[in-house]
Design a protein around this ligand. Structure first.
Ligand code: AP5
Ligand code: MG
Length: 248
């Protein structure tokens, strides 16, 4: 039997979780939920947007190529993003599972990921097998308020919202006191482009994964704790994939 539950931070951890994908429009809560699920299941969050922003901040070649595209709210070319994500997924901490936030985002990226997960790299890894795909659905009218009100901590990455999830002290991170920042692409003039890119290029993936029987719809309009509970239940419902049944 390949299940060995161990205790980590008081939470039972199964050896295998596998690949999890969070799909959802800008502002749907992917980053917020990915952090919670990553902690709960003790797997890494792999956020293509975060990795790209780090590259922009460090001025790498990838960052230089991506900077203007991201500032316009358009998608970075598939080949650049696929290589970047592939490098991250080959790291050792992804071996028993990972949660993808913001990837795949186009049919080309989804096809690349299918091949990657079937490929030799994962042959002996716990993270092999088809992904569980969680689609976080949020009322369109809420998205703009969520995005224009978002602030995040540049030190620990924690996400806030000045309307719905404010920090205890104005504009300072609860965890480390860093001054919170607003994302460059959360300006109103860029939001329309990001939402359009989602509808045209990413929305088709919902049907792609639904037809494969891998998709679970989650109501993202609810409070964050309730959304987390839905996602955790969905992961558990793929019982053949998440081997342990001790999640609560
Ligand atoms: P990326 O960083 O992936 O941004 P996004 O998809 O536009 O999504 P966001 O990060 O804006 O929203 P989120 O769903 O994470 O919501 P969050 O949890 O923060 O991509 C940025 C750019 O990088 C792209 O435009 C593109 O250029 C490039 N890129 C990235 N990946 C790419 C790829 N694969 N291919 C090509 N290009 C790529 O929450 C939002 C706000 O709502 C927060 O304030 C939060 O506090 C609040 N909130 C969250 N949940 C709730 C709730 N339940 N109730 C009330 N408020 C809530
Ligand atoms: Mg995000």
């Amino acid at each position: 039997m390949d299940v060995q539950a161990t205790e980590k931070r008081g939470v039972a951890v199964s050896r295998k979780v596998g690949p999890i994908i969070l799909l959802g429009s800008p502002g749907a809560g992917k980053g917020t939920q990915a952090k919670r699920i990553a902690e709960r299941f003790a797997i890494p969050q792999v956020s293509s947007g975060d990795i790209l922003r780090e590259n922009v901040a460090r001025g790498t070649e990838l960052g230089r190529k991506a900077k203007e595209i991201m500032a316009r709210g358009e998608l970075v070319p598939d080949d650049l993003v696929n290589v970047m994500v592939g490098e991250r997924l080959r790291e050792e901490d992804c071996g028993r599972g990972f949660i993808l936030d913001g990837f795949p985002r186009t049919p080309v990226q989804a096809a690349w990921l299918d091949r990657f997960l079937e490929g030799k790299f994962f042959e002996n890894q716990e993270a092999c097998g088809p992904p569980i795909v969680i689609q976080i659905d949020v009322d369109y009218n809420k998205l703009v308020e969520r995005l224009t009100g978002r602030r995040s901590c540049p030190t620990c990455g924690r996400i806030y919202n000045i309307h719905t999830q404010p920090p205890r002290v104005d504009e300072l991170c609860d965890c480390d006191g860093s001054p919170l920042v607003m994302r460059n692409d959360d300006r109103r003039e860029v939001l329309a482009e990001r939402l359009k890119a989602y509808e045209l290029q990413t929305r088709p993936l919902v049907e792609y994964y639904r037809k494969l029987g891998r998709l679970v719809d989650v109501n993202g309009d609810l409070e964050p704790d309730e959304v987390t509970a839905q996602i955790a239940a969905a992961i558990q419902s793929f019982g053949g994939h998440v081997k342990d049944s001790t999640w609560t």
